[in-house]
Design a protein around this ligand. Sequence first.
Ligand code: BES
Ligand code: MN
Ligand code: ZN
Length: 485
Amino acid sequence: MRSKKFDKDEVLSSLDKALGGVLTDWFKDEGFNAKPNQTLKVPARGRVKAKWILLVGVGSKSSDVEATRMVAHQAAKASSRQKSAALVLPDVSPATVRAATEALEQGAYRYKQYKTGTRRPKGGLSRAALLVSDAKDKGLRKAIKDGMAVAESVNLARDLVNGPPNDMNPLTLADISKEEAEKLGLKVTIWNKKQIEKAGMNLFLAVNAGSAIEPRFIHIAYTPEKAQQKVCFVGKGLTFDAGGLCLKPPKSMIDMKCDMAGGAATLGLVLAAARLQLPVEVHAIIGSTENMTGAAAYRPGDVFTSLNGKTVEIINTDAEGRLVLADCLAWAVENVKADYLVTHATLTGACMVALGAHRAGLYTDDDDFAQGYSTAAEIADEKFWRMPLDTDLRKTLDSFVADVKHTGSSYGGSITAALFLKEFVGNSNWLHLDIAGPAFNDSPHGRAPKGGTGFGVATAVRFLEYLALDTVGDEDGGDAAAAEA
Ligand code: BES
Ligand code: MN
Ligand code: ZN
């Protein structure tokens, strides 16, 4: 493939010629007019090297990167029964190669751990080749390596979210976190219930009280030598949220294994930062427990003293995530002292009411932070929307008996949840992501699969890369290569 301008018409007409001039006819028959993500799979019948050729519409408005992503994603989907697939990339650049690698690897994701016998999907894409013109180009090789690292981390987060809650509990989540982080040489600290008690995380412990399984506080640190900035991520790791005594109705409970998606994303992103060797210090903190209804369960009306000393009156035991996060945030503020503090949490159904099921709420008082994170999200192809931290709603959290109640009025539920968290971040430069919607899909949406999506990992990585630019400058270079993904 040439690295000069790729002429789509020229390529299409030479393909048409090779296939014996049938394409235009088939386009008509199949109603293929190259709309975004429209596909047409044609058998090559020995006329070209490949067995099947997949044509993917990209529309007329999409950028090279968007178009590449669509092609790579559709290629992965269409090749799910094939062992190998080759993706011919026109107009290669580090950006398109990175996008193709991520989309291909994430597109090939399938969760099959618990399927047996004939129910277990066979095969699956084991080799995908990106065909580009210069395999030795350093920039392109790095783009592939980085894309693989991101995709691997996204797919791990998906696996963790999809894991059934009888197996994926705070103990196993901690074990997997430790194993994955130590593979990359990261420092891991895991606290059991006793250690969490000793630290004084009474809100976290209150949520755990109704569960037969111990909680875990997980802290992973990636500390590269050349780092000049420090970012701390805190993730909600509720491996199951039954709602506690304020029990959820069955329909709302069914997917509540997804309530550790913020924690899964937090683990995924620190692993990705290490794999990419980003020159930024990254801390990942996950507060993990179940929210159950055992005899010792916490009750509405209870009052607990949080790690930062504030007393909290419990209103609805189903608003548990903010309690776990409050103690973890207070700990991070005291002990990590990061330049940037970011929370990922499947925090409120209200956020889905506000923004739909595929967009996360983004909260921060810092305009530059919001701008930086939003730009990262755009590059990562994930959807966020900035939400207001309206201070006038803060009074709905005033308590008659304690310093603060943990839920406010039902209007603006995602905002009041964020305002509650804000009580625990001190003067930190803090940004909160309510990912209740996009973390988990009822059915595939866009490039995200059914079930766990790994939402948040890709954007966090792009944000860290953006911070790294300040440190070392852009290392991307060159624009052509052949290599394998
Ligand atoms: N984990 C839920 C939020 C959620 C809902 C996540 C749907 C994913 C999909 C959270 O703990 C919760 O139950 N929030 C309550 C808060 C309320 C009791 C103030 C909610 O959203 O109803
Ligand atoms: Mn809940
Ligand atoms: Zn929850």
